[in-house]
Design a protein around this ligand. Structure first.
Ligand SMILES: [Zn+2]
Length: 133
């Protein structure tokens, strides 16, 4: 019968533990094993908590980056709409200025053009009324 455990502890009566299966175990080793397990378990939990915190931070960062990108998209969209509006207004103003530069005739031309359109419309309407049904 062995007098020492694998770690060199004496199998005295007080240091011997008989397991339910009838096996003799060293009490010092049992205690140390349990302590070592608790330490390892604590370390694992700490590492897990750190990993979870890191994952949360990463998730938060991704979310923030997504929000930032969305904001930038909205800003650039608003900017391009503003730019389009500005270009449209400029084009209308330029066209008006070009007509204005031609002198007072453009106003007359415009009135004549409108009068022509109205006359054609009236004639068309009259022709429809007079047409035999
Ligand atoms: Zn031992």
């Amino acid at each position: 019968m062995k007098t020492q455990c694998r770690h060199g502890h004496d199998y005295t009566e007080e240091n011997s533990y008989i397991s339910p299966a009838g096996k003799r175990q060293c009490r010092i080793c049992r205690a140390e094993r349990a302590k070592s397990y608790r330490e390892e378990d604590k370390l694992d939990r700490e590492l897990l908590a750190l990993e979870e915190r890191k994952q949360l931070r990463d998730k938060r960062r991704v979310l923030l980056e997504g929000l930032k990108e969305e904001e930038e998209d909205k800003r650039s969209l608003a900017a391009s709409e503003e730019e389009n509006q500005r270009v449209r207004e400029e084009r209308v103003a330029d066209a008006h200025d070009r007509r204005w530069e031609r002198g007072p005739e453009w106003k007359e031309e415009k009135e004549q053009r409108i009068a022509g359109i109205l006359k054609a419309a009236r004639e068309k309407a009259e022709a429809e009324i007079e047409a035999p049904s």
